[in-house]
Design a protein around this ligand. Structure first.
Ligand SMILES: *Cc1c(COP(=O)(O)O)cnc(C)c1O
Length: 353
């Protein structure tokens, strides 16, 4: 059976052009900075995101972790949204490996943080208090449904943090989706923050890798931390080559994913069994709550899967459909039909005898 996989944009496969670039990549030992393809990717990434330097890391989690470990000392507190990816889905990495304390503040409906709440959460100097080492933002915001922070919202938090000499890191796994939504270059959104991580392996369709970027000094330290974490690689130009294609060719098409997410959201929003806030469908994620008592997320997932549609769960009753490269208009239409049929009971699967 043909399966339409809308669990995540991480399921995207490398394009033909990426495969070719990977096969032909000029490589060397990156731990001696001798891989010309990695060097080129890092220069290009720094240029596109508007920072002095950039570092190629194996994953987004490692990018965020490098940033936390560079900005903070052991025992320091990191302020982040209560729905943030770092808090929910990164194995508590900063706590486990950096001795950091995570302190959450309320994430608004669009993933935004409230500047006065952040200001109240930053620790004043006092003998028993941990020191605040970092504030993290997330753009687009995954658990809030791919929602976008605009420049004012970013600056609002950065102003507060910097006033207290606290740096700001942006988990920008999908920063280009945010930039496309706002119609501004990604570097404008990255400008106020001290460091940023973004993924090449999601909507941009590269097979592996993320970038963490910031000042020259920041990246020098991040390079040390990457080594410490076991993330320093050798002839990684083979994978960096796909990252270059991702940055050169795959950013502008992201708007198609946004159009398709809208189409899906509008195609299912009226269904009784789900609660979907259309205003939060800004980029390539359609997040919704499964409210029908007749369904549990595992049951819905397996029922859809038996009809050829894969979606995912955030945990609890919160679920997610993600649009991405490689899915045709017909497949999106088909996905809406399968989803509607299953949820309205038009389709019922019986045990096979
Ligand atoms: C995917 C994601 C990450 C982590 O990326 P990996 O490559 O899976 O480690 C970090 N933050 C957000 C918001 C993400 O969506």
């Amino acid at each position: 059976m043909h399966v339409i996989d809308l669990r995540s944009d991480t399921v995207t496969l490398p394009t033909e052009e990426m495969r070719k670039a990977m096969a032909e990549a000029e490589v060397g030992d990156d731990q001696s900075r001798e891989d010309p393809t990695v060097n080129k990717l890092e220069e290009l990434a720094a240029e596109i995101i508007g920072k002095e330097a950039a570092l190629f890391v194996p994953s987004g989690v490692m990018g965020n972790l490098c940033a936390m470990l560079v900005h903070c000392e052991r025992g320091q507190e990191v302020i982040m949204g209560d729905q943030s990816h770092i808090l929910w889905y990164e194995s508590g990495s900063g706590a486990a490996l950096g001795g950091l304390v995570y302190r959450s503040v309320h994430n608004g409906r669009f993933g935004e943080l409230n500047p006065s709440e952040v200001e109240e959460t930053i620790r004043p100097e006092r003998l028993g208090f941990p020191r605040t080492g970092l504030v993290c933002l997330e753009n687009t915001h995954n658990r809030c449904g791919g929602t976008v922070l605009n420049l004012q919202q970013i600056e609002g938090i950065v102003d507060v943090a910097h006033r207290h000499n606290v740096p700001v890191h942006m988990d920008g796994a999908r920063i280009f989706n945010a930039a496309i939504y706002l119609g501004v270059p990604a570097k404008e959104l990255a400008k106020p923050v001290d460091s940023i991580e973004f993924c090449l392996s999601k909507g941009l369709s590269a097979p592996v890798g993320s970038i963490v970027a910031g000042s020259e000094g920041f990246v020098r330290e991040a390079r040390r931390v990457r080594k410490l974490l076991g993330g320093a690689m050798r002839q990684s130009g083979v994978i960096a080559a796909a990252g270059i294609v991702a940055l050169e060719k795959m950013i502008d098409r992201l708007h198609e994913d946004h159009v398709n997410a809208r189409k899906i959201a509008e195609g299912i929003v009226d269904l009784d069994g789900i609660r979907l806030d259309l205003e939060t469908v800004q980029t390539n994620i359609v997040a919704f709550d499964l409210v029908s008592p007749d369904w549990t997320p595992p049951k819905l997932i397996s029922e859809l899967e038996s009809r050829g549609l894969r979606i995912s769960s955030y945990g609890g009753r919160k679920m997610r459909i993600v649009t991405h490269y490689g899915i045709s208009d017909d497949e999106y239409d088909q996905a809406i039909k399968i989803f509607r049929d299953v949820l309205t009971g038009t389709y019922v699967s019986y045990p096979q005898h």
